[in-house]
Design a protein around this ligand. Structure first.
Ligand SMILES: [Zn+2]
Length: 366
């Protein structure tokens, strides 16, 4: 892409220090394996495949590697299984902030579905309050150690349940307490986003932000519905937009009407490369559509999705992409600014992070 691009790898230490912005990261997909094991013991959760943290970490990655979104989602039974008490939620949220800061992330939007953490009687409000307390605690610990990170929350509704309007209400109710937006997650096939039109209309009339998981396991119809019927501001994944892009044998590229609309309107794509390979949405990192989408200047952002299941971080995603596509620091800065511009944070705060953290951070690396 840029003149700086070359196949030479950027040193890991430089990648680790580069400021990063993460818009698509699931709280229940990012636990430390040791924390899963300890919380299972503390909360009496007995269904873990092993109590050994190293084996457990490997088990999560292997199970997620199976190539199907359905079995990938099964791994969440265990993480959600140990996230059913306020103490557990505070701990998991605080550790997520510490881990992201250690990865060089300066702004993150971390998402979760509150309805998955009420099996032992917590109310939806108690779940949100515990996790906000955990994020605040994590931000405090990072600041005390001399770091800087800000975390916003996205509340997800699960596509296969029927609580989207209720969760949208929760997102609006807690928007002054750190919740910056809403999302729907879970199996795409058979659960089109238009099942939740009432929730999206409620959000729009309340001037609230939302993204929708679309175009991961399922194709263009899902993306089209998410944008044109539901009004999604961003696309969770959205990689199947490549199905609307044709490349001739001489290399000429043709965008269909939907792809052109997504690019013209600068609709952000929350792309999660390793996760897409695990679920079969892309064959390999090298064959991932992100190379083409970035070359065509779609509003591409790079994300982790589920750090535990994918065994990844923002640093490892940047490293893999840099190696596969020759992205240089200028390209990584472009992904990062794309993400910050697309965040659901107030405009003045987004601008402040771009100008006082991201741009000087990349300048210092050159
Ligand atoms: Zn996701």
């Amino acid at each position: 892409m840029s003149s700086e691009s070359s196949r030479s790898r950027i040193p890991e230490a430089v990648l680790a220090r580069a400021p990063k912005v993460l818009l698509h990261d699931h709280l229940d997909g990012g636990l430390r394996p040791a924390t899963v094991a300890e919380l299972a013991e503390q909360t009496g959760y007995e269904a873990l495949p092993t109590a050994d943290p190293v084996e457990l970490g490997r088990w999560f990655r292997d199970a997620a590697d199976s190539g199907s979104l359905v079995s990938y989602l099964e791994t969440f039974a265990h993480t959600c299984g140990v996230m059913q008490t306020e103490e557990a939620l505070v701990r998991v949220a605080a550790e997520a902030v510490e881990d992201l800061a250690a990865d060089g992330v300066v702004y993150a939007e971390v998402r979760y579905a509150p309805e998955l953490f009420v099996e032992r009687g917590l109310s939806l409000d108690a779940v949100v309050e515990a996790i906000q307390a955990g994020f605040a605690e994590g931000e405090r610990r990072v600041a005390a150690a001399g770091g800087r990170i800000r975390v916003g929350t996205l509340l997800c509704a699960m596509r296969q349940h029927a609580r989207a309007l209720e969760i949208a209400g929760l997102a609006v109710r807690y928007r002054d307490a750190g919740v910056v937006g809403f999302d729907i997650a879970g199996p795409e096939d058979g659960f089109p986003p238009t099942r939740n039109l009432d929730a999206f209309e409620f959000l729009r009339t309340n001037n609230a932000h939302f993204t929708i998981h679309a175009g991961e396991a399922f194709g263009l119809a899902s993306i089209w519905e998410a944008i044109q019927h539901c009004g999604a501001e961003r696309l969770g994944h959205g990689v199947r937009i490549v199905d609307d892009i044709k490349t001739d044998s001489d290399g000429t590229v043709h965008l269909g009407r939907l792809a052109a609309y997504v690019r013209d309107r600068r609709i952000p794509l929350e792309i999660c490369p390793t996760s897409n390979v695990q679920t079969g949405a892309a064959r390999s990192i090298g064959e991932h559509p992100i190379g083409l989408l970035a070359r065509l200047r779609f509003r591409v952002t790079v994300n982790t999705d589920n750090r535990l299941m994918s065994g990844c971080s923002m640093t490892s995603e940047f490293a893999a992409l840099s190696e596969a596509f020759g992205f240089g620091l200028a390209d990584l800065e472009w992904f990062t600014i794309n993400a910050m511009k697309s965040a659901f944070l107030d405009f003045d705060r987004r601008l402040d992070i771009i100008n006082t953290v991201i741009k000087p951070g990349y300048a210092a690396l050159r």
